[in-house]
Design a binder for this molecule. Structure first.
Ligand code: AMP
Ligand code: MN
Ligand code: MN
Ligand code: MN
Length: 276
């Protein structure tokens, strides 16, 4: 049984380790096939690929694209992409574009509830100035002692109905799948168990994703409970999706699930890596 981890982050997005350090950690944890999937960014791929080659770690180029669908933020992972594909490169650059303005608005909201200087504070945690994210604000709120850890931050700030939440329009589902497939990749719905959609909306979403050429969903991920492994295994079987596995590792001190430590995919499913 291969230990495959196809979802994690470096400091090129909102992880804390460099791409090379994430590669080393994957190797040390016994990962057999590894993909780095930074949010809306391919800037870490060259370093990740070089580090993996040095370690003899089979490597797949990846990305995690933020999209807006039915007013919800959803993440679509692209695997086996050609990161030099012009439309993918331009599309991701465009989708990153609104982040700085959004971050200033988040900081204004936090200032209004007595937390000044959050933009500058978050920026100190950012590895890539092009990719300031809510995670960096969360680390700042922990740093100043406003919350004990980042999960407490996301329960009280930065999320819908809480201070620091700024609605944002990301790429469309159609664009994300087109960019990924145009770059020769496979489109995968990231951690479906995290989205607040009704059964009816989920059915519409999965059908649209499939019709656009999406082919897989994450079943075993650090964002799912064991019950959800079973539930999304059934979803994969029902819709004819390939199945993926990934820790969604961000940081040694924050992530509940480390690289390469999740249970295997249920044996009845076809893994997204079956023909690699
Ligand atoms: P952004 O792309 O700026 O909206 O930031 C999204 C990132 O925030 C996600 O990729 C996670 O890393 C982090 N995040 C969002 N919600 C939570 C949560 N409830 N608990 C921990 N991290 C979260
Ligand atoms: Mn993240
Ligand atoms: Mn995600
Ligand atoms: Mn992720």
């Amino acid at each position: 049984m291969l230990n495959v981890d196809l979802h994690c982050h470096s400091n090129v997005s909102d992880g804390t380790l460099t791409p090379a350090a994430v590669a080393a950690r994957a190797k040390a944890n016994g990962v057999d096939i590894w993909a780095l999937t930074d949010h809306d960014e391919i800037g870490g791929i060259a370093a990740a690929r070089a580090a993996a080659a040095e370690l003899g770690l089979p490597y797949v180029a990846g990305v995690e694209i933020s999209i807006t669908w039915a007013a919800q933020t959803i993440h679509i992972v692209g695997l086996q992409i050609d990161e030099t594909n012009a439309e993918l490169v331009q599309g991701l650059a465009a989708t990153r574009g609104g982040r700085e303005r959004r971050a200033h608005e988040m900081a204004e909201q936090l200032a209004a509830v007595g937390i000044p200087g959050a933009f500058e504070g978050a920026l100190k945690h950012v590895g890539n100035p092009d990719l300031i994210s809510r995670t960096h604000f969360a680390r700042y709120l922990v740093e100043i002692g406003r919350c004990a850890d980042t999960s407490e931050v996301f329960r009280n700030f930065l999320t819908e109905g809480n201070p620091g939440y700024v609605p944002h329009r990301w790429a469309s589902l159609e664009q994300s799948v087109r960019w990924i497939r145009g770059a020769g990749g496979v489109a995968v719905v990231a951690h479906p168990g995290r989205y607040k959609l009704s059964d009816l909306a989920f059915d519409a979403f999965f059908n649209e994703f499939k019709q656009l050429g999406g082919s897989a969903i994450e079943v075993v991920t650090g964002s799912h409970t064991p019950d959800q492994y079973g539930y999304y295994a059934k979803v994969a079987a029902d819709y004819g999706f390939l199945a993926s596995r990934g820790s969604d590792f961000h940081s040694p001190s924050e992530s509940r699930v480390d690289l390469g430590t999740l249970p295997p995919l249920p044996a009845s499913l076809t893994p997204v890596w079956h023909n690699w």
